[in-house]
Ligand binder design. Structure first.
Ligand SMILES: [Fe+2]
Ligand SMILES: [Fe+2]
Length: 382
């Protein structure tokens, strides 16, 4: 089947109405730009409307019902369909502002419960308004599967990593068997493949992954699903495992404020070619130098994070050494977040240099492979 369509991906919007914004000076995310930045993207999309828009989770700042409602109302006014999945910031606690017995009040005040999510976003993937995952034919012959990677413990608290539960995996097996001859894309908040070196082995990296990602990815590969769209990491990266691509999109509210414009076409040999382009919010009326301001914002807050990275294994520098080197690394995280990273710290001890070298965008052949922001990927064939 010949396919030809355009779509956009905006991730980790962390929508925050001004009066809901947390008064936290060390906050990593510039949530104040969420609404004006999203409006700028929508204005641009209106000029050349995509066939659909994907939002892979962390839709709001921190589970606030009024921020969710603002977004759902805004999406309802768009001239093209939008599909969403929940992120860890969308449902903070399984029961939201009720406890297990349904009593209101307590620390979750004003926040939605897990079961509210598919109701609020019923028009944006969750046709029945109840099930936390879905499959839809979004264009003739094109199917989207939206998964829920949030998981909660017996007290209703998040488990701290992504997880696709057994019930969902069984459902997925069934869907993929039925869609064997269709073009299927998946959207899920937490990462399906490693986007950072050793991500699934470090404590810091594991938080961003689906704990049972191999169980999911092996199913997707077997079902010939060529691509998954994720968020959560706030980094621009495209990872590959065989014929399967994991495209993670950085956050709208952190440097470099990226979003993706995609087009899928069928070439003369019948192969599906996905063209990926990345744009950035360069400036906003109240943020005329957004790119520079935001990079500084991130670098300023990166110091404690860099100290931890330098003192933890495998680098394991002493705190004194780490304090000497950390200032030179202040832009490291911003460079990684932008995708297609190129870093080199010749002043660092050799072991630390070797560690940071692994973050460079280099292919299996040792040559630079810059595919995180602009590329064309072959996603199977008709
Ligand atoms: Fe996020
Ligand atoms: Fe997240």
């Amino acid at each position: 089947m010949k396919l030809n369509f355009n779509f956009a991906v905006v991730s980790d919007l962390h929508i925050a109405l001004p009066h809901t914004i947390w008064d936290e000076p060390n906050r990593f995310h510039l949530v104040e730009v969420s609404i004006p930045a999203f409006e700028q993207i929508l204005a641009q999309l209106a000029e050349n409307p995509p066939d659909f828009l994907l939002l892979p989770g962390d839709l709001v700042q921190h589970g606030e019902r009024e921020n969710h409602q603002w977004l759902a109302d805004r999406l309802a006014k768009l001239p093209f369909p939008t599909y969403v999945v929940p992120g860890n910031h969308d449902v903070i606690n399984r029961w939201g502002n009720t406890d297990k017995t349904g009593e209101h009040g307590g620390k979750g005040k004003g926040r939605i419960a897990l079961r509210d999510f598919p109701q609020i976003y019923q028009a944006f993937g969750y046709a029945d308004g109840q099930q936390l995952y879905y499959q839809q034919e979004i264009l003739p012959g094109v199917h989207l599967i939206g998964l829920n990677s949030n998981a909660f413990d017996a007290d209703g608290e998040q488990i701290g990593t992504g997880l696709i539960d057994d019930e969902q995996l069984a459902w997925l097996d069934d869907q993929l068997a039925r869609l064997a001859d269709k073009f299927v894309m998946v959207m899920v908040h937490h990462n399906t493949l490693e986007h950072l070196p050793g991500q699934s082995k470090t404590k810091l990296g594991q938080r961003y992954m689906i704990r049972n990602a191999p169980d999911l990815v092996s199913r997707l590969q077997k079902g010939h699903v060529p691509v998954a769209f994720t968020g959560h990491l706030h980094v621009q990266d495209i990872a590959q495992a065989g014929d399967f691509y994991a495209i993670t999109t950085g956050s709208l509210v952190s440097y470099p404020h990226p979003y993706r414009l995609m087009s899928l076409t069928t070439d003369q040999q019948g192969r599906y070619q996905l063209q990926v382009k990345t744009q950035r919010i360069e400036s906003l009326p109240e943020w005329p130098t957004l790119q520079t301001t935001s990079k500084h914002w991130m670098s300023d807050r990166a110091f404690p994070f860099m100290l931890k990275l330098l003192t933890d294994p495998p680098i394991s520098l002493s705190l004194k050494q780490a304090k000497t080197y950390a200032p030179q690394l202040k832009d490291f995280w911003a460079t990684v977040a932008a995708g297609d990273a190129k870093v080199n710290y010749p002043e660092l001890p050799a072991a630390a240099q070797a560690y940071f070298h692994r973050y460079n965008a280099i292919g299996a052949d040792g040559q630079p492979r810059l595919i995180d922001n602009h590329t064309v990927l072959t996603l199977g064939s008709a």
